[in-house]
Ligand binder design. Structure first.
Ligand code: ZN
Length: 321
């Protein structure tokens, strides 16, 4: 831990010999006066030292989403989670926009929280989906296939990481940062949309300009965390992120090998030629089952992923002031 410069200044001040002529009151408060003068002279700590991702606090956001029930499109829970995301990001000083698209007779709502709109570069998007799947059609019990997925991991974990990032990313960060909460990711092979990543596709279709990097987080709360490099993802960006994970001592959770091909919210960006990756732990036996519940996820996993994404974000923005 770094020593506090104010404490050093205070202890040094005790060794000073004060002139006898000074009134007693000044002598008594001399250490305090010196401390105030020194505090005024010390430059503000750089933003990089102030920020720290809190996995426990992120986990509370995950628990809140789960407490609403499945965030299935058209449900009260889906509307409530959307309102909560908008309100919270707004209160945290993010310029928060609501983007609506009418797709297959259904309204789809993406939420975009922006910071640093006046900066030229870099332009970074961090994304996650907030909807949860209406059908647990991967459940071993066929009778559960019409039940909704609670989505403690698939949905809530990614949003929890973004919400904590919204708290800790400094207001004066250099670069243009967007946190995007996608709707309608999880409806592939279902009558409502029949396709995956519908919200992010609509977002990319309406995007003006090209972001420098897009990082999607999905299903990253698994207590048994093992994230392989997703194969559709941009290779350089994958390597950049996995190197950061290794430097933080997370090589057992961020395994530097490609494994799955996943259709997720990064894919519309990849198809549009934008460097994008999906940070996803697809080795999760409860995927699209009724067992995707709170007991399968952990604050430690959110901490690991949050640390990696935040450290990467800081490194990217400090390289491009
Ligand atoms: Zn899913």
């Amino acid at each position: 831990m770094k020593q506090n410069p104010l404490k050093i200044a205070y202890s040094h001040s005790l060794t000073f010999t004060l002139p006898m002529k000074l009134p007693t009151i000044t002598i008594r408060f001399a250490p305090l006066i010196i401390l105030i003068i020194l505090a005024a002279c010390i430059p503000p700590t750089s933003t990089n030292e102030l920020i720290e991702f809190d996995g426990e606090r992120a986990f509370k956001d995950l628990e809140y989403q789960v407490s609403l029930g499945p965030r299935v499109i058209g449900s009260d829970a889906h509307q409530k989670v959307r309102e909560w995301i908008i309100e919270t990001n707004d209160e945290l000083g993010w310029e928060t926009e609501y983007q609506s698209h009418f797709i297959s007779g259904q309204e789809v709502h993406n939420i975009i929280s922006k910071r640093g709109e006046n900066s030229d570069s870099p332009w970074i998007i961090i994304g996650a989906h907030y909807d949860s799947r209406s059908n647990a059609d991967n459940d071993p019990n066929v009778e559960n296939h019409n039940q909704p997925v609670l989505g403690a991991n698939d949905g809530a974990s990614g949003v929890a990481v973004l919400m904590e990032l919204a708290r800790v990313i400094p207001k004066n960060i250099s670069g243009r940062i967007w946190l995007v909460y996608f709707d309608a990711e999880d409806y592939g092979n279902l009558p409502l949309f029949s396709d995956w990543a519908v919200g992010s596709q609509a977002f990319v279709n309406s995007l003006e300009g090209e972001p420098d990097a897009v990082v999607v987080v999905d299903m990253i709360g698994d207590a048994d965390l093992n994230i392989f490099m997703e194969r559709y993802s941009n290779r350089e960006l994958n390597e950049e992120i996995w190197e950061i994970a290794a430097s933080l001592g997370y090589e057992n959770q961020f395994i530097p090998q490609p494994k799955w091909n996943i259709i997720d919210d990064h894919l519309p960006f990849v198809r549009a030629g934008i460097p994008a990756i999906d940070i996803i732990d697809f080795d999760y036996p409860y995927w699209h089952t009724v067992e995707d519940t709170l007991d399968k996820v952990s604050p430690e996993s959110l901490q690991i992923v949050g640390d990696v994404v935040l450290t990467w974000l800081v490194s990217r923005t400090s390289q491009n002031p």
